[in-house]
Design a protein around this ligand. Structure first.
Ligand code: URA
Length: 433
């Protein structure tokens, strides 16, 4: 078999066999296929797509590319969630502790930022001392002892996805339905959870820009998960507007902590409670509505916040940061972006907001880049808000003041004004069960 022929077949619209997909993923994993051929096939898949059968074969090949996790030593029901990626999407930091505080186990492997979107592992690393790498036995012990652990993927876990993820990020091939489905579900199936809630983002800040595409991605992933015997639900949630007001690693962790203290933004709190409700409900804790009431109580009585603190302490982080978020490292410089006109914000290009945060140093342009955990954006106004000329739209944070001009240019270019208030879009757009 030759990689050249596989690329040509997909380029010309052919359907790859399970053997060809297996050959490709095998070569990605053992390093025998060079990056340029991997990237070329990703681009061919981007343009030509894949059938459901091809996508399932790709997913199972990703799942089987490395070690599988065995969570049988974890007592109780295990639930996980995974987002397709968004801007200001720090839901795992709130949802995980809520669910764990109610007795359902959260043994979570999270990713780093991809493209314009942030990643949970990068966010957690903004907590001083927090370790996102744990040996498997320590990971399992922690989940058994306190109910939750969130770590990055180990080198041996779905290694094909690691390689593909990094190459897709720099070759404009992230936003492909079969590649996203195989990436997410390959990892989810290599882990050993009973229940999986997918948060499929839709809108300008997501990889799937339209509701139809998001719904199709949700159905595809739910179908793959069910074929593998998992309890699955996908929520399609709005990403036409950044979630909450904070974009950037430590800023987002602070917003998540505020949310667990009951002072979070309304939109972010609602999405977190809904995701938690579906995780709890799949795990047998009542209807989604009943489970949502439990989730709300876990915020109100402080038990979810306590669970986050326990996790931070167990993973070497400084739990005092959670009590007092002023202890997070601060960016050296702040810069106010103001409005050049009065009017309603009628639309924002949320992907561009993510790129503005990247321009401040909060994300990576290349896989090997280091990130600035304290850089980012605190929005003051969002879609639907009225602003007076000269009013504050957002505050930018960076450790390099030279970065503000570019971020401001992107942010202002991505914000559209009008004279009438735009219609409200729903936060939870659909549920695929
Ligand atoms: N999240 C993933 O894990 N993979 C993707 O391809 C996109 C989002």
């Amino acid at each position: 078999m030759r990689m050249y022929d596989i690329i040509k077949k997909k380029r010309d619209g052919g359907e790859l066999s399970a053997e060809e997909i297996g050959y490709f993923i095998g070569g990605v994993t053992d390093g025998s296929i060079p990056d340029y051929q991997i990237s070329a096939l990703c681009m061919a898949i981007y343009f030509r797509g894949m059938t459901v059968r091809e996508t399932c074969d790709l997913t199972f090949a990703v799942r089987d590319s490395g070690d599988k996790l065995d969570f049988s030593a974890i007592g109780g029901i295990r639930a996980d969630k995974h987002s397709t990626g968004g801007v200001g999407d720090k839901t795992s930091l709130v949802v995980g502790p809520i669910v764990a505080s109610l007795g359902v186990k959260v043994a979570k492997m999270s990713g780093r930022g991809l493209g314009h979107t942030g990643g949970t592992v990068d966010k957690l690393e903004s907590i001083r001392g927090f370790q996102t790498t744990l040996a498997e036995e320590d990971f399992i012990r922690q989940v058994n002892e306190i109910g939750i652990a969130i770590v990055g993927q180990s080198r041996e876990f779905a290694p094909a996805d690691k390689k593909l993820y990094a190459l897709r990020d720099v070759t404009a091939t992230v936003d492909s339905m079969p590649l996203i489905a195989a990436s997410i579900m390959g990892k989810k199936l290599a882990a050993d959870d009973d229940c999986i809630v997918l948060d499929v983002k839709t809108g300008s800040g997501s990889f799937m820009k339209t509701a139809e595409k998001s719904r199709a991605l949700a159905r595809l992933m739910v179908d793959i998960g069910k074929r593998a015997g998992k309890k699955m639900v996908a929520l399609i949630t709005d990403m036409d507007v950044p979630l909450g007001y904070a974009i950037g690693n430590s800023l987002e962790v602070i917003e998540a902590v505020e949310t667990l203290k009951g002072r979070g933004p309304e939109d972010f709190t609602e999405v977190c409670l809904t995701l938690a409700a579906y995780m709890l409900s799949l795990a047998g804790m009542g209807t989604p509505n009943e489970a949502k009431a439990l989730a709300r109580r876990a915020i109100d009585d402080g038990s979810a916040l306590k669970k986050l603190k326990e996790m931070v302490a167990a993973q070497g982080g400084d739990p005092a940061c959670i009590d007092d978020t002023n202890r997070f490292d601060k960016a050296k410089y702040a810069y106010a972006v103001t409005s050049a006109r009065s009017g309603y914000i009628v639309r924002v290009d949320t992907e561009a907001y993510g790129l503005a945060s990247l321009a401040l140093g909060a994300g990576r342009n290349r896989a090997e880049d280091t990130i600035d955990h304290s850089a980012g954006i605190l929005l003051k106004k969002k879609t639907g808000d009225y602003v007076e000329k000269g009013a504050l739209l957002a505050t930018l944070y960076a450790n390099d003041g030279e970065k503000f001009a570019e971020a401001e240019r992107i942010l202002l270019g991505a914000t559209s004004f009008g004279d009438t208030m735009p219609a409200k879009t729903p936060l939870i757009c659909d549920i695929v069960e």
